[in-house]
Design a protein around this ligand. Sequence first.
Ligand SMILES: NC(=O)c1ccc[n+]([C@@H]2O[C@H](COP(=O)([O-])OP(=O)(O)OC[C@H]3O[C@@H](n4cnc5c(N)ncnc54)[C@H](O)[C@@H]3O)[C@@H](O)[C@H]2O)c1
Length: 384
Amino acid sequence: MGIKYGMIGGGQGAFIGDVHRKSIALDAFAEIAAGCFSRSVENTLETGKNLGIAAERCYKTYEEMAQAEAKRSDKIDFVVIVTPNSTHYDISRAFLNAGIHVVCDKPLVWETEQAQELADLAQKNNLLFCVTYSYTGYPAVKHVREMIRKGEIGKIRFVNAEYPQEWLASPAEKSGNRQAQWRVDPEISGKVNCLGDIGSHAENMVSYMTGLRIKSLCARLDKIVEGRVLDDNASIMIEYEGGAKGLYWSSQIAIGYFNALRVRIFGEKGTIQWAQESPDCIDVFMSGQPGMRLSRGRDGFYQHAQSFSRIPAGHPEGYFEALANIYKTFTGAVAMLKAGRHIREFTPVEAEFDFPDAKMGMDGVKFINKCVESSAAGSVWVNY
Ligand SMILES: NC(=O)c1ccc[n+]([C@@H]2O[C@H](COP(=O)([O-])OP(=O)(O)OC[C@H]3O[C@@H](n4cnc5c(N)ncnc54)[C@H](O)[C@@H]3O)[C@@H](O)[C@H]2O)c1
C-alpha cells in the first residue's frame, strides 16, 4: 500500500512505542520511515539504526522532523506520538500543521480547549486524528457495543468500570522506574496520574461500549503512597443523561492486580461483563436464564466485531492484536485519503472509521478535568 509512518518517542528503554511498532507490523499496512525517538540524539540514532531507518531521517527534534518530512516527496503519511503527556499538544500541532495525519496516545492533552483545537485543525487540513485507546480494538468490545445498540440487555440501569493495577503500590518512582517517575510528576503527567493513565481507559470503555453521556459526577482522587502529589487511586460516581448511574474505580496501589480493567453493564433485561485480562470472552447473564460465555471466533459475534478476530477461538489474542486492529482501520482510512477522498466523505460509513478519534480524546480530557474539579472542591457533584 506504500504507507509510511514516523514516530516521536519510543526510544530504547521506553514502553509503549515498541508495542505500537510491533502492532503496526502485524498487518504490515504501514512501514516505519522516520523518527525522533528520544530527547537524546544518541538514543534516536541507535533506535533508528536498529529499525533500519536512514540516518538522515532520524531527527534531533520533533520540530525539525515535522518541517523536513513535510518537504519530502516521500514524506511520512502519519506520525505516532508516544511521548509523555506534557508533550502531546505541541507535537500533534506541529504535525497537523505539516499536513501529516496524527496518531497520539492518551491522555490526549491537558485542557479541553487544546483537544478541540487539535480536532478542528485536523478537520480543516483534511487529516485524520487517532487517539490510541487500545482496548477499543478488541473484537469482544465491539460485539458488546453492538449488543447494547441492538437493545439486547434493555435500557441500561447501572455501569461499573474498574481498572486496578499494583505497579505503584510502593514508591517505584524513587527506585529508578522511568515510567513511574514521569507519571507522578505534575510537570510531565499533568493534573492527574492514575486517573489519566488508567481511569481514562475506564471512561473510554464505558463510553465506547454504551454510548452513555455523562450528566454529572462526584470524584475522590486519593494520594495513598506517602509523598505523592498526584492521585494513585480514584473513585468516581456518575449520573448519565437518561437516568443510568455508574461507578468507576481506578487504582495503582491494588496489590495482586496487573491490568485488570473490567466493565459490567447492567440493563433491564440482562448483564454483560468484559474483562481485559481475558479479552476474547464476554459473559452474558439474561434474566431468568443460565449465564453464557461468548467467545470471539466462535459464538456468532456480529459481523463487524468478528472481522477483527484473527485466529480461531481458543488461541488467545491480546494487546498487540487490539492495537493492530486500530491501525488496520486507521491505515485503511489513510489509504482512502491518499487515493484522493476527502475526510467529509467518511462520517456516514462508521465501519471505515471505527478507530478512537480526537472526539474520544476530547471526552477523556473533559472527564479528567471534571473529576479534578469535583475532588478539589471536596468531592462534590459537578455538572458536565
Ligand atoms: N494506550 C495505552 O494503553 C498506553 C499504555 C502505556 C502508555 N500510554 C501512553 O503513552 C505515552 C508514553 O508512555 P510510555 O509508558 O511509553 O513512556 P516512556 O517514558 O516509556 O517513553 C516515552 C518516550 O518518549 C521520549 N520522549 C520524551 N520527550 C520527547 C521529545 N520531546 N521528543 C522525542 N522523544 C521524547 C522518551 O525519551 C521516551 O523514549 C504516555 O502518554 C502514556 O500515557 C498509553
